[in-house]
Design a protein around this ligand. Structure first.
Ligand code: ZN
Ligand code: FE
Length: 251
């Protein structure tokens, strides 16, 4: 299987997996035009769409794609039923497309129905985890997002984190605003800055990398705990996660 990313809007990525015959699976097509263009250029035959949540920048292209490819199966959470989903899936489901099997993982937080799709090494995590960051809490709570992060963190280290936005640079800036002297953050910030200056993508990331450079996965970090102590005595990982998420909201 071959992984492709199609840039859309300002900073979205629409992920496409294709097999050797050119059959493909499209994740979160927020708009149709760039996907239709890539399909034509690569002679792909779309087999299915996977949707992570109901936001327009993830589902906006579904109806036009289905008009072009009437047989398309659209998998998504219940919250996407009015966005073109014709196969509702939920936590624990296995989705079989072509010869591949995806596990459905519920990751509430950004929205209440948010799902991730996992077929090793690929994790399509929508707006749950970003490289170096975490999705905004539009519908869920920080506690729910924390639990969703723990689920993702339990996957193998080599898992490829295919998130839906190129937010890495600003996430590293945020991490450095909290932990200015962290060598790992500093090093990764420089690397990402260089990549972005050349117009290159920072994705996919790996879970092993996120464990080091994503501050939302470092809620047990001793230095971070000490820093936070100056502002609050909340020291449980969930509380540190919530504190970070609240800081990010006003960053
Ligand atoms: Zn979203
Ligand atoms: Fe989004």
């Amino acid at each position: 299987m071959n992984l492709n990313s199609i840039p859309a809007f300002q900073d979205n990525y629409i992920w496409v997996l294709n097999d050797e015959q050119g059959k493909c699976i499209i994740v979160d097509p927020g708009e149709a035009a760039p996907v239709l263009k890539a399909i034509a250029e690569n002679h792909w035959q779309p087999a299915a769409i996977l949707l992570t949540h109901h936001h327009h920048d993830h589902v906006g292209g579904v109806k036009e794609l289905v008009q072009n490819f009437p047989g398309l199966v659209v998998y998504g959470p219940e919250e996407t039923l009015d966005k073109g989903t014709n196969q509702v899936v939920r936590e624990g489901d296995k989705v079989n497309i072509l010869e591949y099997e995806f596990s459905v993982i519920a990751t509430p937080g950004h929205t209440l129905g948010h799902l991730c799709y996992f077929n090793f090494p690929y994790l399509f995590c929508g707006d749950t985890m970003f490289s170096g960051g975490c999705g905004r809490l539009f519908e869920g709570t920080a506690e729910q997002m924390y639990e969703s992060f723990q689920k993702i963190n339990s996957l193998p280290a080599e898992t490829l984190i295919c998130c839906a936005h190129e937010y890495t640079l600003s996430n590293m800036q945020f991490s450095l605003s909290i932990m200015a002297e962290d060598e790992t953050f500093l090093g990764y910030y420089r690397k990402v800055k260089e990549l972005r200056a050349k117009g290159q993508s920072t994705l996919p990331s790996s879970l092993a990398n996120e464990r080091k450079i994503n501050i939302f996965l470092r809620t047990e970090d001793v230095v971070l705990k000490e820093l936070i102590k100056k502002e609050t005595n909340l020291q449980q990982p969930q509380q540190i996660f919530a504190w970070l998420r609240a800081k990010k909201d006003s960053f």
